[in-house]
Design a protein around this ligand. Structure first.
Ligand code: ZN
Length: 450
C-alpha cells in the first residue's frame, strides 16, 4: 500500500477507504456532548509506546470506521472484510488529529465592512449608541440589500476558504442583514448554495429578528410592528422556502424583549425550526431564562446572564434537556469589554459550553475558530481540552448535529483535521498561527497546506 496523491493534494477519489496514520495523538472527543466535569474529557489516544505510527483513524465511504493503533487496524480491517488495497493512506507525520472543527455561530453572509466603528469605540461609543445612530447592523443591512446574490456568494466563499484553512468543516450561517423577506430569503438561499458547493457544510439559520429595519424605526410601535411582520410575512416565507434549519432572535434590552423573542421562537418551533437566541450579550435581558424555558438548542453570547438565568440553564441541564451555552469570546474582546461570559460558572453548573467565532463585520471580524479558542482560554479561563470539546462535539450539539459530526467514532461523518503540532493543546497556545496541515471532509482531503 502506498500514499496515493493526485495533483492538488487530494487523496485518490477512486478509493473508498482512508487510513490516517503516523499521528502523535488522535483526540476523538467520542461519547456525546460534554458538560460539567466532563467538559474537558476529550479521549486523547496517544501513539502506541515504541510505535510512532500507533494512533490511526480508518474511514470508509465518508464515515469513520474506527480509531486505534495502526497495526491493530491493519489486522482488524481485513478480518472484517475490508481490502487494505482500497484504503488511501494519509501520513499525519507526528501531528495531532482532531475532529473537524464546527463553528456554531457566524454571520457569514453580508456586504461591506465597518472598520470605522473600531475608532468610534476607542473614543467611547457603545454598541447600541452606534446602532441608534444608523451604524452597526443597519449599515451592513444597507450594503447587503444593495449587493447582488452573486456578490454575496463570492464574499461568503472567500471567508469559507479562510475557515477551511483553520480546520473548520461545518459552519452555521445566519441571515439577518436583510430584515425584509426578499433579502432574508436571498441570504438563506446563498447559505444553502455555498453548503451544496462544499466542502464546508453550512447550517442556515433565519435571523430576521436581528434588528428593527430602518423603514420602521421612525414609528413609535416600530419593534412591535416588525415582530408582526416577522410572524406574518417573513416566517411563513422562510418556511415555504425550506432552507433554514433554525431560527434565532437578538433578545436584548433595546432590541427584542424576552416576550417578543418567545413569540417569534415558539412560532418558528411550531414550523420545525430549532430555536436559538442571542442572549444577554450586553445586559441581563432574560435571555438565558427564556432559552431554558422554551428548550432552545443554544443560547449564545451570555456575556451578562443574570444569576437566575444561570440557575435556569443549570436546572434545564440537570433535567436532561440542556441548552448549549455558545460563548463568543472574540466579540467581547473586540468590543473592548472588561467583562466576559462566565464560562467557569456554566461548566461548574453542568451546562455544556460551545465556542464560536461570531464572524461578522462589526463586532467579531475573524473567521478563525482557533483564535476564538485562544480567546476562550485567556478570557474565559477554559482549559485547552475544554475548548476542544467546545468547538467539536458541543458545537455540533448547538446545531442539533451531535449524532452526525463533532467526534471521531464509528459511523460518524469522516471530518477530521491533521494539525502541524503534536498535541491539540497547542492549538490555542500559538495564537494566529496557521497550524492546519490537512483537512479531510467526508473521507476526502479537501485542504492541504504546503
Ligand atoms: Zn451573532
Amino acid at each position: 500500500m502506498s500514499l496515493r496523491l493526485v495533483p492538488g493534494g487530494r487523496v485518490d477519489d477512486e478509493l473508498p477507504g482512508l487510513l490516517v496514520t503516523g499521528a502523535r495523538e488522535v483526540v476523538t472527543v467520542a461519547g456525546g456532548p460534554r458538560m460539567g466535569p466532563d467538559q474537558g474529557e476529550v479521549d486523547r489516544r496517544l501513539a502506541d509506546r515504541g510505535d510512532p505510527n500507533g494512533a490511526a483513524v480508518a474511514c470508509w465511504d465518508g464515515r469513520v470506521l474506527g480509531v486505534g493503533g495502526e497495526a491493530d487496524l491493519r489486522t482488524l480491517l481485513p478480518a472484517e472484510g475490508y481490502d487494505l488495497e482500497e484504503f488511501a493512506v494519509l501520513d499525519a507525520a507526528g501531528g495531532s488529529v482532531t475532529p473537524g472543527l464546527v463553528d456554531p455561530h457566524t454571520h457569514l453572509l453580508f456586504a461591506g465592512s465597518r472598520e470605522g466603528e473600531l475608532e468610534l469605540r476607542q473614543q467611547g461609543a457603545g454598541y447600541l449608541e452606534i446602532l441608534a445612530a444608523g451604524g452597526g447592523i443597519l449599515s451592513t443591512v444597507a450594503a447587503t440589500r444593495e449587493a447582488t446574490t452573486d456578490e454575496l456568494a463570492a464574499h461568503g466563499r472567500r471567508w469559507l476558504d479562510e475557515m477551511l484553512g483553520h480546520g473548520v468543516t461545518t459552519v452555521e450561517a445566519k441571515s439577518g442583514y436583510g430584515l425584509d423577506l426578499q433579502t432574508e430569503l436571498r441570504l438563506l438561499e446563498v447559505a444553502h448554495r455555498l453548503g451544496a458547493e462544499g466542502p464546508i457544510d453550512i447550517v442556515p439559520t433565519w435571523l430576521g429578528a436581528h434588528a428593527v429595519p430602518p423603514e420602521l424605526r421612525g414609528r413609535p410601535d416600530a419593534t412591535e410592528a416588525y415582530v408582526r411582520e416577522l410572524l406574518e410575512v417573513q416566517l411563513p416565507g422562510v418556511v415555504a422556502q425550506g432552507r433554514a434549519a433554525a431560527a434565532d432572535v437578538f433578545c436584548e434590552e433595546g432590541v427584542f424583549s424576552a416576550d417578543q423573542s418567545r413569540r417569534i421562537l415558539e412560532a418558528a418551533a411550531a414550523y420545525g425550526l430549532r430555536p436559538r437566541l442571542h442572549a444577554d450579550e450586553l445586559a441581563p435581558s432574560g435571555g438565558a431564562e427564556l432559552a431554558a424555558e422554551i428548550g432552545a438548542t443554544s443560547a449564545d453570547h451570555l456575556a451578562t446572564p443574570s444569576e437566575a438565568g444561570i440557575d435556569a440553564m443549570a436546572a434545564a441541564a440537570a433535567d436532561g434537556r440542556p441548552v448549549v451555552a455558545t460563548l463568543l469570546p472574540v466579540t467581547t474582546w473586540f468590543l473592548m469589554k472588561d467583562h466576559h461570559a462566565p464560562a467557569r460558572a456554566f461548566i461548574d453548573r453542568g451546562v455544556p459550553v460551545a465556542i464560536g467565532t461570531d464572524f461578522n463585520p462589526g463586532t467579531s471580524p475573524t473567521a478563525s475558530l482557533p483564535l476564538a479558542m485562544t480567546a476562550a482560554c485567556l478570557l474565559l479561563r477554559m482549559t485547552p481540552d475544554e475548548v476542544l470539546a467546545a468547538v467539536t462535539i458541543n458545537a455540533a450539539q448547538a446545531l442539533g448535529l451531535a449524532g452526525e459530526i463533532g467526534s471521531l467514532e464509528g459511523g460518524k461523518q469522516a471530518d477530521l483535521v491533521i494539525w502541524n503540532v503534536p498535541t491539540s493543546r497547542q492549538i490555542p497556545y500559538w495564537p494566529a498561527a496557521d497550524l492546519v496541515r490537512t483537512v479531510v471532509k467526508r473521507g476526502r482531503v479537501v485542504f492541504a497546506r504546503g
